[in-house]
Design a protein around this ligand. Structure first.
Ligand SMILES: Nc1ncnc2c1ncn2[C@@H]1O[C@H](COP(=O)(O)OP(=O)(O)OP(=O)(O)O)[C@@H](O)[C@H]1O
Ligand SMILES: [Mg+2]
Length: 272
């Protein structure tokens, strides 16, 4: 799909711009030392844009997502949604975590409808639940518990659990990181389909360069701690994208070089 071509329905006429203004966030670690997680982050994300963040572990990606979600506050700067300062969490900003984070004691169906119940709109909107179960391809698993479904199914359930509230922005913090390659590619396509149909602003954190190129309009490359924006890469490839396309591979090398991952290190500094 060409950028900006969004099928408009009553569900998706909405904005969803995010303004990140001079954000800095420090923590105090267990030893009492100051940890500067984010330093002077500035970024404008447009409504319906698909933006990915990529960078080394500990560079502040989750910290930034938590600030956009309203789960945390910066010491300096502010985050705005459609020009209004974000204060606390709100269903307008859905959050999908790396682990599915479903309530283990609730069925798939009850997990998916939890957001409607929290907003006290379940009675009027309960017809939506079967629609979203269908979107997630979970028909027949409504009464299953999270431990009775696969990792991919659980992650699809947590995706529609966030979407059922029709958020303006979907925050995706490595949602596909724990999945096998087949399931991951399947869910990448599902994400693209949902994005195309709904026009939700997508903010994705990933460690996977191919995933970032396959999905995004722009890729924000972060530097190691203190996390700063190293570079913003425009992905100008038309959709649907092919991972074996010459331009795709070229961009892949370019981003790996920016992350200093293009070739094997001369010596490892640590062993996992
Ligand atoms: N609540 C906290 N208290 C103290 N330090 C924290 C806290 N949360 C995050 N940090 C520190 O802030 C830095 C950034 O953490 P963050 O989780 O945002 O990184 P990340 O880029 O998401 O890493 P990963 O790719 O491994 O998920 C890390 O050094 C981390 O130890
Ligand atoms: Mg993280």
């Amino acid at each position: 799909m060409a950028k900006g071509v969004v099928k408009m329905t009553s569900e998706n006429i909405k904005a969803g711009s995010i303004t990140i203004k001079n954000i800095s966030r420090k923590y105090i670690d267990a030893n009492g030392s100051e940890v500067e997680a984010l330093q002077n982050i500035n970024l404008e994300i447009n409504p319906s844009e698909f933006v990915s963040f990529i960078g080394p572990s500990g560079c502040g990606k989750t910290t930034l997502m938590r600030l956009i979600a309203g789960l945390d506050k910066p010491q300096e700067g502010e985050v705005l949604l459609d020009n209004e300062a974000i204060k606390g969490t709100n269903y307008e900003r859905g959050y999908v975590f790396q682990q599915a984070n479903l309530f283990p004691w609730e069925t798939i169906e009850n997990n998916i409808s939890a957001g409607l119940k929290a907003r006290k709109v379940y009675k009027e909107q309960k017809d939506k639940v079967s629609h979203y179960i269908k979107i997630a391809g979970l028909q027949g698993f409504e009464k299953s518990y999270p431990h009775q479904v696969s990792g991919g199914m659980a992650q699809r359930a947590s995706l529609v659990r966030a979407l059922i509230n029709n958020p303006k922005v979907l925050l995706l913090d490595e949602p596909l990181g724990a999945l096998d390659a087949f399931t991951r590619i399947d869910l990448q396509n599902k994400l693209l389909e949902l994005w195309r149909d709904r026009g939700t602003t997508m903010v994705l954190v990933t460690h996977d360069v191919d995933e970032a190129i396959y999905l995004s309009d722009r890729i924000v490359v972060m530097s190691p701690r203190p996390g700063k924006i190293e570079e913003i890469v425009d992905v100008k490839l038309s959709r649907p994208r092919s991972r074996s396309d010459e331009n795709f591979l070229h961009l892949r090398t370019e981003i790996l070089e920016k992350l200093n991952l293009a070739s094997a290190p001369k010596s490892l500094e640590y062993y996992i």
